[in-house]
Design a protein around this ligand. Structure first.
Ligand SMILES: [Zn+2]
Length: 459
């Protein structure tokens, strides 16, 4: 596989392991799936045979974004007035939305995954993690398999979180019976997916994460068995934590969620939790000590009206932090670029009530790139340097939108925001999106197929 020479980039965000730096007026050379050189005048020397030269004048080139929390299937319940968080209690909201979730078909899971990942790629995301916890009995067990198929279609690097719920409503969960599995069923399917898809090689495009949905909707044994499987196979673990359930967990188990999961072993450098907005500083220190990471999803904080997640404390305590869109039921888009800005602004809003200072705008870009890569256990993505994966996106800054902003590319996304799709997104050395089109795909056809699948669901 030949590579690309991005010639005369206005700026490239480079990180050789010592922190991000802006390199001006340089070329970036890729070969196969990797970046091989970043520097001045690369095009003047001999290029590997077959290298395609791409004029990058005016482009700011960033490392590809890494999304660390989503529920792709929820793309089929977007923009609905009858699911307005400001008018419904959590219980009312669940009672309305779970019957819809439980009607989704295997095709819906496939096309909602294409829908989410297409939007992510347009906005600079090159690695997607999805938390697929919805397995209605009638839809069968091949839902994550279909997600891998969708990722392959678009050329996206994909980490599949195999979720699941085991505790019935009669014992205190919120999950309809037709979406429940036994712990054995859940663990067996996780093991099958790991055997079939999990690739630990350099520049891997497919990995599997063991991800029981949340402690309130699962038996204790589900988490115990998840830890045993994940540690045996060397895969990451993920779940929802600190989003309002801590008091319920305390009433059931005599301790809040963070201590409960620490005791079960569902914590450590191979574990990351979504949300964590209701955690105390003591709990954040516990997570920092065990190396457990956080996927911060800012947009649900706005929509659901929860407490503002204490990112300054997480940063001060040395927690690993990544960013996530979250599912479309609590964030109606799949635009991680947008989340970088909303995450930063949310912390500015809460700054006066904080003990610790708000991290810099550039730090928020770091959460969405290096931070996400670290949560997923990846050392080969998340930054641009020779030897790293050629996962990147480019913004042509020769537009009125960017007048007066170009002196600080590191802060641009969090401070100013990017209000349009990228000019180019490259994943694993392949251009998957450029000039408003997906490589080798007809967006009108993808759109029609997704709408047709959506039309089969009764609301
Ligand atoms: Zn979630």
């Amino acid at each position: 596989m030949a590579g690309y020479l991005l010639r005369n980039c206005a700026a490239v965000i480079v990180d050789d392991g010592a922190g991000s730096a802006v390199h001006r007026n340089v070329d970036l050379l890729t070969e196969g799936p990797a970046v091989v050189a970043i520097g001045e005048g690369l095009g003047r020397g001999d290029l590997p045979a077959g290298t395609i030269v791409q004029d990058a004048t005016g482009w700011f080139v960033y490392p590809g974004l890494v999304n660390t929390h989503h529920h792709f299937f929820q793309c089929f319940v977007r923009n609905r007035a009858d699911l307005d968080w400001t008018k419904l209690s959590v219980i009312e909201w669940l009672d309305r939305i779970y019957p819809v979730f439980s009607r989704l078909t295997e095709d819906c899971f496939y096309h909602s995954s294409v829908t989410a990942m297409a939007e992510m790629i347009k906005h600079g995301c090159t690695t997607a993690f999805d938390h697929q916890y919805n397995f209605p009995r009638h839809a069968g067990k091949r839902l994550v398999d279909r997600q891998f198929e969708a990722a392959e279609l678009l050329g996206m690097r994909f980490h599949a979180g195999r979720g699941g719920n085991t505790l019935p409503k009669s014992e205190g969960s919120t999950i309809p019976d037709e979406m429940l599995e036994t712990t054995d069923e859940f663990i067996a399917d996780c093991a099958r997916l790991i055997d079939t898809y999990h690739d630990t090689g350099r520049f891997s495009m497919r990995q599997v994460v063991v991800a029981p949905c949340q402690p309130v909707n699962c038996y204790r044994e589900t988490f115990v068995e998840s830890v045993a499987l994940a540690r045996d196979r060397g895969v990451q673990m993920h779940t929802h934590v600190g989003e309002g359930e801590s008091a319920v967990i305390e009433s059931r188990h005599g301790m809040r969620t963070v201590d409960y999961l620490e005791e079960l072993g569902f914590a450590g450098p191979d574990a990351f939790y979504a949300h964590c907005w209701e955690l105390t500083h003591g709990e954040l220190r516990t997570m920092a000590a065990s190396g457990t990471g956080v996927s911060h999803c800012p947009e649900p904080v706005y929509l659901v009206g929860a407490e503002v997640t204490d990112i300054p404390a997480m940063s001060a305590f040395g927690l690993r932090v990544g960013l996530g869109c979250d599912g479309a039921a609590s964030n109606d888009n799949s635009n991680l670029m947008h989340c970088i800005r909303s995450a930063y602004m949310l912390q500015c809003l809460a700054a006066s009530s904080r003990v610790h200072p708000v991290p810099s705008p550039a730090d928020f870009l770091g959460y969405a790139t290096m931070g996400g890569a670290a949560l997923l256990g990846r050392r080969d993505i998340g930054r641009l340097a020779p030897g790293m994966a050629a996962d990147l996106f480019a913004i042509d800054t020769r537009r009125m939108d960017y007048v007066g902003t170009r002196h600080d590319p590191l802060s641009l996304i969090a401070k100013v925001g990017i209000g349009m799709p990228t000019d180019m997104t490259m994943i694993n050395g392949r251009i998957v999106w450029q000039k408003g089109g997906f490589a080798g795909l007809d967006e009108a056809q993808l759109f029609a197929e997704a709408e047709a699948a959506l039309a089969t669901i009764e609301f």
